[in-house]
Design a protein around this ligand. Structure first.
Ligand code: CP
Length: 326
């Protein structure tokens, strides 16, 4: 049995709460599974001839915050694997609006499906749900804390474009305090030989616990306020300023236009710079960046389906290599 096959087994029946819960071998096994799914033709029936490995299985999607990519790509992934989906995209139409607790909701919904994707505004909600449920709970974003499946697709996209994960200089720019995708990806990158750089205003720096965590690993990284002070970069990971997380709206207004890149701002980094963004964007990446060969944010959204197919396949008992794959 290969290292990937062995690590893939560790996904069976498991919840996905934090990127930090996964070993390097497990992350690499998931990326390998996604690579194998990528070999099938998405234009063909049932993902280009891939056996519907999750036929008869049901995914519950419980979204207590807005989402386009996470919810729809999970739904697409499950449907393409032959499974079904139930859930809600707006908590106001669930019995939460009548005062039902998250714990009760999870205990009910686990009777209706085989795995749950949960997005919730409260940090720790996914951990609580995972501890409650007897089926896998996948964190689709919990407040400003974590967004592990975004991290898996980010890693997949970086490796696909750069050909490697080791030896890269990765800059994160924008809302480092509230951006959960930054927190997840930073933790996962600790598995790799990557130079970390953080670009943002003083009041939107990484949370203290994450900074302490990086320091304990000897990987504090460079912290600067302006992009031109970041030095060389292979990857620039942009984030939206998370308006909805600011306790004082005036703080958001003061910062909202300060962290924006366009082609001219990126030119000094050369043509090989990879620009990622979890999306949605507001104004932080100008439309003239979209046509650069290194603009990968729409590639990320497409990879989201493949990576989530791989994750669902492994969580619900699938193995590597895929039938007809590799
Ligand atoms: N990247 C991401 O989480 O997008 P959504 O909020 O649309 O799901």
């Amino acid at each position: 049995m290969s290292a990937d096959q062995h690590a893939a087994q560790a996904f069976h029946g498991r919840s996905v709460v934090s990127a930090a819960d996964f070993t390097k071998a497990e992350v690499l096994a998931l990326l390998e599974a996604a690579r194998q799914f990528d070999r099938f033709d998405p234009g063909g029936p049932a993902w280009g001839g891939l056996a519907p490995t999750l036929s008869g299985r049901v995914l519950g999607t419980l979204f207590f915050e807005p989402s386009t990519r996470t919810r729809l790509s999970f739904e697409s992934a499950m449907l393409r694997l032959g499974g079904s989906v139930l859930g809600f995209a707006d908590a106001r139409i669930s019995s939460l609006s009548k005062g039902e607790s998250l714990v009760d909701t999870i205990q009910v919904v686990e009777g209706y499906c085989d795995a749950i994707v949960l997005r919730h505004p409260s940090e720790g909600a996914a951990r609580l749900a995972a501890e409650t449920a007897r089926i896998p709970v996948i964190n689709g974003g919990d407040g400003s804390n974590q967004h592990p499946t975004q991290t898996f697709l980010d890693l997949y996209t970086i490796r696909e474009a750069a050909g490697r994960l080791d030896g890269l200089k990765v800059g994160f720019m924008g809302d480092l305090r509230y951006g959960r995708t930054v927190h997840s990806l930073t933790e996962a990158l600790l598995h790799f030989d990557v130079e970390l750089k953080f670009i943002g205003p003083e009041n939107l720096r990484l949370p203290r616990d994450l900074r302490d965590h990086l320091r304990r690993h000897g990987r504090s990284g460079l912290e600067v306020e302006n992009l031109q002070d970041a030095g060389d970069l292979d990857v620039l990971y942009m984030t939206r300023i998370q308006k909805e997380r600011f306790p004082d709206p005036m703080d958001y207004e003061r910062i909202r236009n300060a962290y924006r890149v366009d082609r001219a701002a990126l030119a000094p980094f050369g043509p090989d710079l990879k620009v990622l963004h979890p999306l949605p964007r507001v104004n932080e990446v100008a439309p003239d960046v979209d046509s650069l060969p290194g603009a990968l944010y729409f590639r990320q959204t497409r990879n989201g389906v493949t990576v989530r197919m791989a994750l669902l396949h492994l969580l619900l008992g699938g193995a590597l290599p895929l039938e007809g794959g590799a």
